[in-house]
Design a protein. Structure first.
Length: 113
């Protein structure tokens, strides 16, 4: 039997993904152009709870929904999950999910502290 050791970041990311797959509050993905250094023709992602624009993403994961809601995110098909943490202290996932011919982008809020 082998054991694997995760770094603290890997532990946090794994925990976020497990919590995301178990649910989480669904919000629209908020954007802003009101930042000091906003790039032309770009929108800055903000925290879905407090609108802080200093947010950082981790490695995304692709989940097979098997066209049977197996991602437990509300969409029937596959899901791309990108874990985010904000300098505000909130954590959330940005998700792209496939549902009956449409692809949706939304957030799953994982902490409200
Ligand atoms: Zn926040």
């Amino acid at each position: 039997m082998s054991t694997t050791t995760r770094t603290p970041l890997e532990e946090q990311t794994a925990s976020l993904k497990e919590r995301a797959l178990a649910g989480g509050r669904i919000n629209q993905l908020p954007f802003t152009t009101d930042t000091e250094d906003c790039l032309e023709n770009h929108l800055a992602i903000t925290c879905p709870l407090c609108a802080h624009n200093y947010v950082h993403f981790e490695h995304p994961t692709y989940y097979n929904g098997d066209d049977d809601y197996k991602t437990q995110s509300g969409v029937r098909g596959d899901l791309i999950l990108i874990p985010f943490w904000g300098e505000c202290g909130h954590v959330f996932n940005v998700c792209v999910g496939y549902h009956k011919g449409n692809s949706y982008i939304f957030t799953q809020v994982l902490s409200t502290d």
